[in-house]
Ligand binder design. Structure first.
Ligand SMILES: Cc1ncc(COP(=O)(O)O)c(C=O)c1O
Length: 413
């Protein structure tokens, strides 16, 4: 078993105090929040920053000449600058604000597809993708007369890299792959996968929804063409998210949505578009959410994120050992490299029943297909229960989870 006690430089109790929601009880028991892959909790500083904006600074941004508009614009654009530094993007203009990963991948798929995908072309999508990184590509393929081909995985939930390399060919126009699988926790070797795709001149769209909350990321080091994530999974507000895209692609791609804020000039003879990022940001954005995302990045920068990642990993290993040690429990997703996610089934018990019984103990986990039905089909299960961790979870919470799962087995025995 993994050594007891916190890792040397991670004070989990101190961090927990930053997240007010964690202090409450649910069903008469202290809340054990293990649904971080669905949405993480929000620290007080993000709540305060968002409230301050709404209470004192709110106005529509860009183009306003008055004080509040300029003030709000400065705050919003400062948040974009924080995003740039957070992922080490070369240029702040390559960071487009969206409402979340789903909207971001749809933006990339439709806009890239319209410009670059031709009949007979192929899009490679890994078997472990969230539906948000499958369906937009299927729809675009249908519209463009192209097709989607699955990159298969093995029984541990790891992409078959040899098969991936064999699938790449001169008709491949995009590779869509998650950095971290939300259903299995697998950390994919995306740096290597990107390098391989680039040998064929193929860009890669990385679904980063589950990576940015868990370890530092450098899009230049990865050489990612598109890197897409949601604010609400990284301690920020819902309604915030980012598409990082290389300028060489974004400049050539048409707008995804059109309207106010994204034009250079409009007449009934025709319209010309603003440069990036405005070209992809039609309409009034989620200003409070964007500023809140900036505050979430400030928060992550204020902690030792490397130590947080190491702590979380230790927690995941401990939880895996505890649950895998219970007869009747099967861990789904046993890749050599994993982050945050522990999917499991209990023999003869439906995952929804697991979720309900755990909830009675104050333990929040997710039960279902996790918007990854191809993963469920591969493992031949209708659904799994999923505990997903953040750096504010504790070993005591893991123990409570394991005890509660044991109780589930007793109830159904
Ligand atoms: C890997 C992955 N991709 C995409 C999404 C969709 O994110 P959102 O609902 O924030 O758009 C999720 C959400 O669970 C996810 O885990």
């Amino acid at each position: 078993m993994v050594a007891a006690g916190p890792i040397s430089n991670w004070d989990v109790e101190k961090v927990r105090r930053d997240f007010p929601v964690l202090a409450q009880s649910v069903n008469g028991k202290p809340l054990v929040y293990l649904d971080n892959a669905a949405s993480s909790q929000v620290p007080q500083c993000v709540i305060d920053r968002t409230s301050k904006y709404l209470a004192e600074e709110h106005s529509n941004i860009h183009r306003g000449v008055h004080y509040l508009s300029q003030h709000a614009t400065t705050a919003y654009e400062a948040a974009r600058e924080k995003v740039k530094r957070f992922i080490n993007a070369p240029d702040v203009k390559e960071c487009i604000f969206v409402r979340g990963t789903t909207e971001g991948i749809n933006l990339v798929a439709y806009s890239y597809g319209k410009r670059f995908i031709e009949p007979g072309d192929e899009i490679l999508v890994s078997q472990m993708e969230h539906h948000s990184n499958i369906i937009p590509w299927q729809q675009v393929a249908r519209e463009r007369g192209a097709w989607v081909t699955m990159i298969p995985m093995n029984e541990r939930g790891e992409i078959l890299i040899d098969e991936y390399e064999n699938l790449l060919n001169e008709r491949t126009k995009m590779v869509a792959v998650a950095h971290v699988s939300n259903a299995l926790g697998t950390v994919n070797p995306i740096k290597e996968m990107i390098a391989t795709a680039h040998k064929f001149g193929v860009p890669v769209c990385v679904d980063a929804a589950q990576s940015v909350p868990h370890f530092p990321v450098d899009v230049q080091d990865l050489d990612a063409d598109f890197y897409v994530f949601s604010g609400h999974k990284m301690f920020g507000p819902t309604g915030s998210g980012v598409v990082y895209g290389k300028r060489e692609w974004l400049d050539k791609m048409p707008p995804y949505q059109t309207g106010g804020g994204m034009i250079r000039s409009v007449s009934f003879e025709g319209t010309t578009f603003a440069p990036i990022p405005e070209k992809f940001e039609a309409g009034t954005p989620a200003i409070a959410a964007g500023i809140g995302l900036g505050a979430a990045i400030d928060y992550i920068n204020s902690i030792d994120f490397e130590a947080a990642a190491a702590y979380e990993h230790e927690l995941l290993e401990y939880a895996t050992e505890r649950l895998a040690g219970i007869p009747g429990v099967k861990v789904i997703g046993t890749a050599a490299k994993k982050a945050s996610v522990l999917s499991f089934t209990v023999e003869d018990v439906h995952p929804h029943d697991i979720g309900t019984i755990l909830d009675q103990q104050g333990i929040a986990v997710r039960a279902g297909h996790h918007c990854a039905q191809p993963v469920m089909q591969f493992f031949d299960v209708p659904a799994t229960a999923r505990a997903s961790f953040a750096f504010y979870n504790t070993r005591e919470e893991v123990d409570k989870l394991a005890d509660a799962v044991q109780k589930v087995i007793e109830v159904f025995a």
